[in-house]
Design a protein around this ligand. Structure first.
Ligand SMILES: Cc1cc2nc3c(=O)[nH]c(=O)nc-3n(C[C@H](O)[C@H](O)[C@H](O)COP(=O)(O)O)c2cc1C
Length: 162
């Protein structure tokens, strides 16, 4: 699978659409994986990954990391929740980065990767991009590009708060 695009936003909404656009623009074989509705627990620091460099918690993370390993390139998109990357995105990266670093295993080492970030305040999504950049470095991915897009209000109260 040459390119895998992952979105930690809502199914069928802004982040996922932007990730899909990047995949379409790249052309060729690709697959979109939505974390929406998937169970991705945070890292428990159980140290079960120290020997094998593979996370031992059994949930949907295992399906997604398998797709990542098979890919040649990655696109990862996340929305801004309370001025940072949403927790589902962070939970995914905590486990990927912590499990992959032991014995310098880095299973995704040197894969080209694109960051996609969404917010509704200024369209720059700076905290999400900074977070993704940190995780990409921790995973030894090669950040090749980024895209920031304007999201949509998830509820009526949010639009009143602006
Ligand atoms: C719990 C929650 C917190 C949010 N916090 C912020 C925020 O701090 N700043 C911001 O610009 N947008 C915030 N948003 C808006 C989302 O970034 C926006 O709805 C975005 O479109 C969500 O991505 P999606 O459409 O891919 O699901 C928040 C949304 C939710 C649900």
């Amino acid at each position: 699978m040459p390119i895998v695009g992952i979105s930690s936003g809502r199914s069928g909404k802004v982040t996922e659409s932007l990730v899909e656009s990047v995949l379409a623009g790249a052309g060729g074989d690709s697959e979109l994986v939505s974390l929406s509705g998937k169970l991705i627990r945070p890292c428990e620091a159980c140290s079960g990954c120290i020997e094998s460099s593979q996370c031992v918690l059994q949930d949907d993370f295992q399906l997604v990391i398998e797709r990542d390993r098979e890919s040649d390139e990655l696109v990862f998109g996340a929305p801004t929740y309370f001025a940072q990357m949403n927790s589902k995105g962070q939970d995914f990266w905590e486990r990927l980065c912590f499990s992959g670093r032991h014995n310098a295993a880095f299973p995704l080492k040197d894969k080209p990767a694109v960051m996609v970030a969404v917010d509704i305040e200024d369209g720059k999504s700076e905290p999400v991009l900074v977070g993704l950049d940190r995780y990409f470095r921790a995973a030894n991915l090669r950040a090749v590009s980024h895209l920031a897009g304007c999201g949509e209000y998830a509820c009526f109260t949010m639009s009143l708060l602006r």
